[in-house]
Design a protein around this ligand. Structure first.
Ligand code: PMP
Ligand code: GLN
Length: 391
């Protein structure tokens, strides 16, 4: 049997969460909240199930949820859009089984055999396999620590006749960096000049810190015309296990997306869609409070690690913080994370799996960075920090 993805291993999230369970370590590895989804949302999903709303949702998504999303997007990002450019529930939004499905379908919609897609390393692990299974390949551009910003001149140098799309992810997993308005304007000019498409992974859109605004592709009308925007309620409502996400795209691209989506999952979990629609309508304050909620957690962890020998990298968004451990150990990041989990009871994510396998040996030589997830209760963060400060 010849694998279509010979180089793909079990995801680092599966591996590290498994190791955390095995050693009963404090799990700051895989990104998911320790706290529960809001009571209101739980009551709504239970009510939907008890009322028998347990059959297929419409393939594109529950109409009331699509409407709530279109309203939210308009309020948040598109106030200045003309009526003809506005997002509509009918033509521009589709509910998916997590952002993972939205990414998959967007990639299958765009990428043809021999197309190249530009991705930025460190890159979230779901992009490359989906691109390769569509017959395309990745053109990797490395972002440099500690700021992990994009050099757009380098991006332009990497564009060729086969370049089809660019995948951006802001706020960025795993680095916590964010794109600026200048970045989006440059991207918009580049995309129009070279007639490319964009997949914008915005699953951490509501988690930007220190007063910075999330620069969604949805704020840039010319850019949006060539883009799929991907989001996830798992991050926003502390319900990663519900696997409900969505994609927003202009009408022509969304029509293609829907053709494929109907044969990937057809539709997503009905009770969750009912509950999330009610949540968006009745408790929008949960979303507006999210940035300060996570900023406080970042600050608790950063403060508690001040006396450690780790060098802390800036976290401007997401629920991740990067630590440079080069003063503590010469182990590579995978060995270091295993050692940390087995011998000290803290699970973290090594960064090298976010780089191409071919580059890992040279990456290990120059980089000693791990990722911590701070979507945890403060006492968990403090307990982990106490251990990390003793190393
Ligand atoms: N993109 C990024 C950058 C993510 O961090 C995640 C979740 N870890 C996803 C996509 C997938 O989101 P979901 O769980 O909704 O499929
Ligand atoms: N996105 C989460 C993370 O980065 C995990 C998602 C997954 O387990 N696939 O940790």
């Amino acid at each position: 049997f010849t694998s279509k993805l010979p180089k793909v291993e079990t995801s680092i999230f599966t591996e590290m969460s498994g190791l955390a369970a095995q050693y009963q370590a404090i799990n700051l590895s895989q990104g998911f909240p320790e706290f529960d989804t809001p009571e209101f949302l739980k009551a709504q999903i239970n009510q939907a199930i008890n009322q028998g709303k347990n059959q297929y949702a419409p393939a594109n998504g529950l109409p009331e949820l699509l409407t709530e999303i279109a309203n939210m997007v308009h309020k948040q990002y598109q106030l200045s859009f003309s009526d003809t450019d506005k997002i509509t529930a009918h033509s521009n939004v589709t509910i998916t089984s997590g952002a993972t499905e939205a990414l998959w379908v967007a990639i299958q919609s765009l990428v043809r055999p021999n197309d190249e897609v530009i991705i930025f390393d460190p890159a979230y692990d779901a992009y490359q396999p989906a691109i390769e299974l569509a017959g395309g390949s990745c053109r990797h551009i490395t972002l440099a620590a500690p700021e992990y910003t994009i050099n757009w001149a380098t991006v332009e140098q990497n564009i060729n006749a086969n370049t089809r799309a660019i995948i951006i992810n802001s706020p960025h997993n795993p680095t916590g960096s964010i794109l600026s308005a200048a970045d989006l304007n440059t991207l918009q000019a580049l995309v129009n000049k070279h007639q490319l498409y964009v997949i914008s992974d915005e699953v951490y859109e509501h988690m930007t810190f220190d007063g910075s605004r999330h620069e969604s592709v949805l704020r840039y009308p010319e850019l949006f015309k060539r883009s799929f925007v991907v989001a996830s309620f798992g991050k926003t409502f502390h319900c990663t296990g519900w696997k409900i996400g969505y994609c927003v795209a202009p009408t022509t691209l969304m029509a293609e997306f829907r053709k494929i989506h109907q044969y990937v999952t057809f539709s997503s979990f009905t009770p969750a869609q009912i509950a999330i629609a009610a949540m968006l309508k009745q408790q929008p304050a949960h979303i507006t409070a999210l940035a300060s909620f996570y900023q406080e957690k970042r600050d608790v962890l950063v403060e508690a690690l001040q006396k450690s020998r780790f060098k802390l990298l800036p976290s401007k968004g997401t629920y991740f913080l990067l630590l440079d451990y080069s003063q503590l150990s010469t182990l590579d990041d995978i060995e270091f994370c295993h050692w940390l989990c087995q011998h000290h009871g803290v699970a973290a994510i090594p960064l090298s799996p976010f780089y191409p396998i071919a580059d890992r040996a040279s990456y290990h030589k120059n980089n000693k960075v791990i990722r911590l997830c701070f979507a945890k209760n403060n006492d968990t963060l403090l307990k982990a920090a106490e251990i990390l400060c003793k190393l």
